[in-house]
Ligand binder design. Structure first.
Ligand SMILES: *Cc1c(COP(=O)(O)O)cnc(C)c1O
Length: 415
């Protein structure tokens, strides 16, 4: 019996792109069971910003387990949780002048999004939420209702309602003023748009095709939300924890979201952890009104805290990420120039980068050719037309260049 093909459901996906059996991983390299090495430009879809089996985080988790530190504790008080919360406050929130309460919504990004949507509806008494074209917020029903991708939406099996999509930045090729349609619908009592409880947005759309919103567009959105009494939820599940450079992807844009969703790399070691951060005056939950068994995975707290103290006590990682991101951007631009007939576009911010092809088939072939040369890359976008370059932030410059050489070779081969 081949357990993967005979036992595992047809729903499996990433294993189809990379049909080998992985066994070990260190930093930006994975090894399959035959010992073949692969360079990682995927980083667990953004869950491995500090690399695979990061030695500092690993040691902290091992030490915690060896002293029989509590593993499962629902949301009981634990030393590991206290230390994580204190570090989050001291290293992340206080230095950025962010005043948030921290909710543990369940282990996944979708849990953080569901909690944010529920809370926004509870606070405002309104049902409708505004999302954006090509958004991705998770696979549970609430998160799916604010997700764009029609194939994923189709899996719901019921109508996905109470959400209205608006054009993301540059969706209309910059041909109309920002928020023209959105603002008109809000102002017109005949538009048919119910008063929204909230707007949920990604600053860079990871799954949607590495679509980057300009900081001034995001600031304009925040101002629009204020004017119309809508809560602003930033889904920083993929772009947070330093993916675009700063810890939060909205830093420097000149606004503060009402609610922020974090997951993926907040657990540091690839362990499950999600947080919903909320303005203190929005904390209207009744005790237990949102609940869950896995909201206190203590080894995740230990790894998360260690990641914050190791990487976010100074600006070294942020600056290195921005520099590496610029380097990737320059090399992608070179490819665009080198293959003018291929219709390539380079996109992205920080170390969330993408190379857009005219169609999904070509992007897929390039990722496949990259895999054959030992590089893991995935596609994103509505047709899978964008090859994603999302290495660990801790990748070395040599590894980064090695991967970009493979990518260039793959593009050359497919063109
Ligand atoms: C991955 C992701 C989610 C969902 O997280 P899960 O852990 O897969 O539930 C939500 N929002 C964004 C932006 C994501 O990238």
């Amino acid at each position: 019996m081949n357990v993967f093909e005979d036992l595992e459901s047809e729903v499996r996906s990433y294993c189809r792109s990379w049909p080998v059996v992985f066994d070990r991983a260190v930093g930006s390299r994975l090894y399959d069971e035959d010992g073949r090495e692969y360079l990682d430009f995927f980083a667990g879809a953004g869950a491995l910003n500090y690399g695979h089996n990061n030695p500092v985080l690993k040691q902290a988790v091992i030490d915690y387990m060896m002293r029989d530190g509590i593993t499962h504790a629902l949301d009981m008080h634990t030393v590991a949780k206290r230390e994580f919360f204190q570090t989050l406050q001291d290293v992340v929130l206080a230095p950025r002048d962010l005043d948030y309460k921290v909710m543990l919504p369940g282990p996944a990004g979708a849990n953080a999004v569901e909690a944010a949507l529920k809370l926004a509806r509870k606070i405002t008494g309104r049902e409708s939420v505004i999302n954006f074209t090509n958004a991705f917020h998770g696979m549970t029903l609430g998160a799916l209702s604010v997700t764009g991708n029609s194939m994923k939406r189709g899996g719901a099996g019921i109508p996905l309602v109470h959400a209205t999509p608006m054009p993301y930045d540059n969706y209309l090729d910059g041909q109309v003023p920002d928020f023209l349609w959105f603002e008109k619908l809000l102002a017109d009592s005949g538009s048919g748009l119910n008063e929204p409880a909230a707007v949920i947005v990604e600053t860079v759309q990871g799954e949607g095709g590495i679509n980057v919103a300009r900081l001034e567009w995001l600031r304009g959105l925040a101002e629009l939300c204020k004017r119309h009494g809508m809560l602003l939820i930033v889904d920083d599940v993929q772009m947070g924890c330093g993916r675009t450079g700063p810890f939060f992807s909205f830093e420097g844009a000149g606004f503060t979201p009402d609610i922020v969703c974090l997951s993926k790399s907040i657990g540091g070691y690839g362990l499950p952890l999600a947080l919903t951060l909320l303005r203190p005056d929005l904390d209207v939950w009744e005790p237990g009104e949102h609940n869950g068994t896995f909201r206190g995975i203590n080894p995740s707290f230990v790894a998360a805290r260690t990641a914050l103290t190791t990487y976010w006590s100074d600006r070294e990682l942020e600056e290195a990420t921005l520099a590496k991101g610029e380097h990737v951007a320059a090399r992608l631009e070179k490819l665009v120039v080198e293959f003018p007939a291929s219709g390539l576009t380079a996109k992205g911010r920080g170390l969330a980068r993408g190379l857009q092809f005219p169609d999904g088939d070509t992007a897929n072939k390039v990722c496949r050719a990259a895999f054959d040369r030992g590089l893991l890359m995935e596609t994103s976008g509505p047709q899978g037309e964008v090859a994603k370059i999302m290495p660990a932030l801790t990748i070395t410059e040599d590894e980064l260049d090695g991967g970009l050489d493979i990518l260039a070779d793959a593009v050359r081969t497919v063109s």
